[in-house]
Design a protein around this ligand. Structure first.
Ligand SMILES: [Zn+2]
Ligand SMILES: [Zn+2]
Length: 1020
């Protein structure tokens, strides 16, 4: 086959995905089988329709009808007035059971020949039934007497325009002599000869961007439009998406390679900005919008939206121009930008990418002003919006390194530049590694360029069940000592050496320096023999204040409890004179001189801070997955964000810039206002048409094939098991008999091994832990293929286990039988697990939010064509709705994203957060200012008396910190005043038994922001 010889990998993947999908649909419908041992009605989930009698008799509600429907159909809008004529082609088969003494007693069920009847329909506004006798006769002819069906046409005129619903209805009796199964199988109808006009999706916000035409709707099925006026039902709804390109300019793209931007960036950046200006003029000028308004029939409202969007687009262009101008005129910014590029080039070495995507550089230009106008720019939250990933993290890292170099060049030679937070449990090891790689690149560049200051380092600050808060000499409770089980290997965070990529890292606990260290064992590593500048124990993060701290959001709660958290919002106290002990904090009985190293012998003469204390406040706080900060978690975080702002302002007089990433833009302005009390700004601005802007547009290269499945008559678990079973069976056939499979699928056999690797591991995704565990278990016991190796990836999976699984996925075993075949995963997978070998997914029901759907499915098909089965829990109203609009749901997902429910005025949440605010103010502000210990109620009592602290002043301060000082916040202020009153009364009472200040008041400060998540609903 000469044509097959030139087949590319991409084409082979495409052909293989198409073949897999045909096989799965065939398994669901029962195609190609002659006989069965078991009842077909308990096996097949596609193409079948139950008899009307049975459905009516059952719990005759809409829900059960969806679960095992008695009809399939097409909803159409005719162009002409009645009466209407059309041709309806019906296809179906029957399954019949032989008597016990039949020809094959082991496999008594047999499949009939195909019934294919062309039914002529002519109807007035009355509608009617057609072809019943014709179809009954046809079933008799294939050996299935007793079955009956009809084409039923209903005319609905209660919408604005007349709609025809053309259905194939199974009218068989439930029981009749000789009838062994009243279902029809492999059903399909095709309507032709009727001129139709499309439906118009109702006007949603933003609608000027979208194609609102829907040619026809399916009833319990998908629809394929074969030609104008020709519609055919399909058992699943398939939607193909295409890979984006990242350049839409009319000229060739500028050279945005790391190397060029490290060397001579200005000409390339100018070309980028010019190209954007040209595009914006060509797509957003009033004349262009006028023309579209006429051509596409926009309403005034739609035009108003388009004008507003145009305003935002030109504002974005202005921001890029300002960024470019700063690079031209401010040498230190230009130098920081160039060094950042050099560092990113270094960290990307050997990973096959050497250039930025234009949108990444666009974002950097648009955001860079915060370096020189920090106060003004801190008023905005800049959000990177990229619905399907595509380099968000690298974009952040570019900004972060630019800021880190800028700090060093302008005198901040130590301390934290950025604190980057991920929502609970969603910081993956792969994400952490990327941060480490970037910082290692920066550190190598820093050394080469002779830039002063401490090493660039990374801190890892996560909540419980991650790495230790501290390491103690002797076990007390569940504290960790150098000799605890699993120490030190258990706390390896990095997957490879960020300096040389060697995978042989060694964990070591250095007793002398009291440090838990990652070390690289490669003899050629630039860090050979030294500890890597990575700090995974909380107290080491405080002692060394590495350049970037990456962690989980819940850790912010420690600010109300732990004095050493001060290093993340402002200056530490002093420096311990003992080498490697680092910064010191408040004196406590366990840390008498403020040094966090146990039994420090450094004495009480500490060294002063080497730089102005005000410089310790970080310049950036980053928030990944912003859209997840909602409900109670959003409310509680909004209070802690305000607290962080307050502390930094008090301690340093500065305000950190906040940069975020989000999968959704719906309700974004309000969310940012509630969370951060800042204005929202998004990059990139959405383009003139859905999915298309200057920064991105679809190509013709397949990205993912989404297949919506509405299981009929059997459980979702059954369908999931059978689907995975089929996918595994297909890949095993390819392993065992590549010649046959490749011939059947139209694949050049040289690609077989690649396909086995790329499609040999399936993901089954559940939205609840229960679903995930059940899926894993039932697959182990329910499959027809032997030896399916299942692994779980959920929030419950241990750290080192996650690392081992990722390692096996990245570097699969040589023998297919040894590999992981199925990953049963929860939302943990949706964040930062990027494995190019994951290309098939079975989703158990729609996730609660569209954002989760978008992000989760983006985990497959990252580099090669992906295949995603979305099994709808069709009994649920929402799933049923989405099945009906599945194509729009996939293609226009961003507009199905629900507004984010969030408030900072939750009284329940306020009850939880006041203690943290009062506690943090004492620890971070009062205590250092007082130059004494305020750790016990007695000491704080004396201080309060001497300093004139009053309940009224403290309540007012708390209300101001939390932004609850408006006219509408009276009840909240009363709540705060009541709380503080109790706290003060306990403080003033010498007989009170509280041992620590944090024990005072109605409740102690929260230990983790997770405390609220545990008992809060995900939805309001
Ligand atoms: Zn190394
Ligand atoms: Zn010390």
């Amino acid at each position: 086959m000469s044509s097959a010889a030139v087949q590319s990998e991409e084409q082979a993947c495409e052909a293989f995905v198409a073949w897999l999908d045909r096989r799965v649909v065939a398994a669901g419908r029962g195609d190609g089988l002659d006989r069965l041992e078991v009842a077909p009605s308990g096996t097949f989930w596609l193409g079948r329709i139950a008899c009307e009698d049975e459905v009516r008799k059952g719990a005759a509600d809409e829900r059960s009808e969806r679960l095992d429907p008695c009809a399939i159909g097409i909803r159409l809008r005719p162009v002409e007035a009645p009466s209407w004529s059309m041709t309806v082609t019906v296809r179906a088969r029957a399954w019949v059971q032989d008597p016990k003494d039949g020809p094959d007693p082991e496999r008594r069920w047999w499949r009939s020949d195909l019934v294919k009847e062309v039914v002529s329909v002519t109807t007035s506004t009355e509608g009617g039934s057609f072809g019943r006798k014709q179809l009954e006769d046809a079933f008799v002819a294939v050996g299935a007497p007793g079955l009956s069906a009809e084409v039923r046409v209903d005319v609905e005129d209660w919408h604005k325009e007349i709609e025809l619903v053309v259905q194939l209805v199974n009218t068989s009796p439930e029981k009749a002599p000789g009838l062994t199964d009243s279902h029809l199988y492999e059903t399909q109808i095709e309507v032709s000869g009727l001129p139709t006009r499309p439906f118009q999706l109702e006007t949603l916000p933003d609608s000027f961007r979208y194609d609102r035409n829907v040619p026809a709707y399916g009833v319990n099925v998908g629809i394929e439009a074969l030609a104008p006026g020709v519609f055919r039902t399909s058992d699943t709804v398939g939607v193909q998406t295409y890979r984006p390109t990242y350049w839409q300019g009319t000229n060739a793209p500028p050279d945005l390679s790391f190397a060029t931007l490290a060397d001579d960036p200005l000409p390339q950046l100018a070309a980028l900005v010019d190209a954007l200006a040209e595009y914006d003029d060509a797509h957003w000028s009033p004349a262009v919008l006028d023309a579209r308004q006429v051509a596409e029939g926009w309403t005034d409202k739609m035009r108003g939206e388009a004008d507003r969007s145009a305003g935002e687009v030109f504002a974005e262009l202005d921001r890029l121009r300002v960024g470019l101008e700063l690079l031209r005129t401010r040498p230190e910014i230009l130098r920081a930008f160039k060094l950042m590029n050099k560092a990113i080039a270094r960290s990307a070495e050997g990973r096959g990418y050497t250039v930025w995507r234009p949108f990444q550089v666009g974002f950097l230009l648009s955001a860079i002003r915060f370096l020189v106008e920090p106060d003004d720019e801190a008023r905005y939250v800049d959000t990177v919006w990229f619905a399907t990933g595509g380099g968000k993290t690298e974009t952040y890292l570019g900004l972060l390194l630019t800021a880190a170099f800028f700090d060093r060049l302008t005198g901040k030679i130590m301390g934290v530049t950025a604190w980057s937070r991920f929502p609970l449990r969603l910081l993956s090891l792969q994400q952490t590694q990327r941060f480490a790689d970037a910082l290692a690149g920066a550190e190598m560049v820093r050394k080469e360029e002779g830039i002063g200051g401490t090493q660039f380092g990374l801190g890892f600050l996560v909540g419980r069940a991650g790495t230790p808060n501290k390491i103690v000499p002797k076990t007390e409770g569940d504290e960790i000592t150098p000799d605890s089980p699993g120490m030190p290997d258990k706390y390896q965070v990095l997957l490879h050496c960020p300096f040389c990529r060697d995978e042989n890292l060694q964990m070591r606990f250095d007793r002398q320096r009291w440090k838990l260290e990652h070390r690289c064992t490669s003899p050629t590593c630039p860090m050979k023999g030294q500890a890597l500048p990575v700090y995974v124990v909380d107290q080491e993060v405080f002692r060394f204040l590495p350049t970037v701290v990456v962690g989980t959001l819940d850790k912010a709660a420690s600010i109300g409890l732990q004095q050493a958290m001060r290093g993340l919002v402002g200056p530490p106290q002093k420096v311990c004179p003992v080498p490697w002990h680092g910064f010191t904090y408040a004196e406590r009985s366990a840390t008498p001189n403020g040094c966090l190293v146990p039994n420090c012998q450094g004495g009480n003469v500490l060294k002063p801070l080497p730089i102005d204390p005000k410089w310790f406040g970080p310049s950036l706080r980053l928030q990944d997955e912003l859209h997840l900060l909602r409900d109670s978690l959003g409310a509680v975080d909004s209070h802690y964000e305000s607290l962080l702002d307050h502390l930094q302002r008090e301690l340093c007089g500065t305000r950190a810039k906040i940069v975020a990433s989000s999968a959704t833009l719906t309700g974004y302005d309000r969310q940012v206002d509630v969370l951060y009390q800042r204005q929202g700004r998004v990059f990139p601005q959405p383009g003139p048409r859905a999915g298309e802007s200057f920064w991105t547009a679809p190509t013709t290269t397949p990205l993912r094939r989404f297949v919506a499945v509405a299981p009929r008559g059997v459980t979702l678990e059954h369908v999931s098991d059978r689907t995975l079973d089929t996918l595994q069976r297909c890949v095993r056939e390819l392993v065992d008999d590549p010649a046959t499979v490749c011939a059947e699928a139209g694949i050049d056999q040289t690609h077989a091994d690649l396909l086995i690797s790329l499609y040999g591991t399936d993901v089954v995704y559940g939205t609840t832990l229960y679903d995930v565990e059940a899926a894993g278990r039932s697959l182990g016991s329910n499959n027809t293929v032997a030896g399916i190796n299942v692994e779980q990836l959920t929030g419950q999976t241990d750290f080192d286990e996650v690392r081992a699984i990722l390692e096996r996925l990245e570097n699969p075993e040589d023998d297919f039988a040894e590999r992981i075949h199925v990953i049963a995963a929860s939302s943990m997978l949706s964040h930062g697990v990027d494995v190019d070998r994951l290309n098939t997914m079975v989703m158990l029901g729609l996730p609660l939010t569209t954002a989760e759907f978008i992000q989760t499915t983006a985990r497959v098909g990252r580099r090669h064509p992906g295949l995603v089965y979305v099994l709808h829990k069709i009994g649920r109203e929402r799933d049923a709705q989405t099945f009906r609009h599945f194509e729009q749901y996939v293609r226009q997902g961003d507009r199905f994203v629900d507004a984010i429910p969030i408030t900072r005025r939750s009284r329940r949440v306020l009850e939880l957060t006041i203690a943290g605010v009062v506690g943090a103010r004492t620890l971070m502000i009062r205590e250092p200012a007082s130059r004494q210990r305020l750790s016990t109620p007695a000491k704080l009592r004396d201080y309060a008396r001497n300093s004139g602290m009053t309940p009224a002043a403290e309540s007012a301060a708390v209300a101001t910190v939390l932004g609850l000082d408006g006219a509408e916040d009276t009840v909240h202020r009363e709540q705060i005043a009541d709380w503080v009153q109790v706290w003060f009364a306990e403080l003033e009472d010498p007989t009170n038994k509280a041992k620590y200040v944090s024990d005072l008041g109605p409740r102690s400060p929260m230990i983790s922001l997770r405390d609220v998540e545990a008992n809060a609903p995900i939805h309001d």
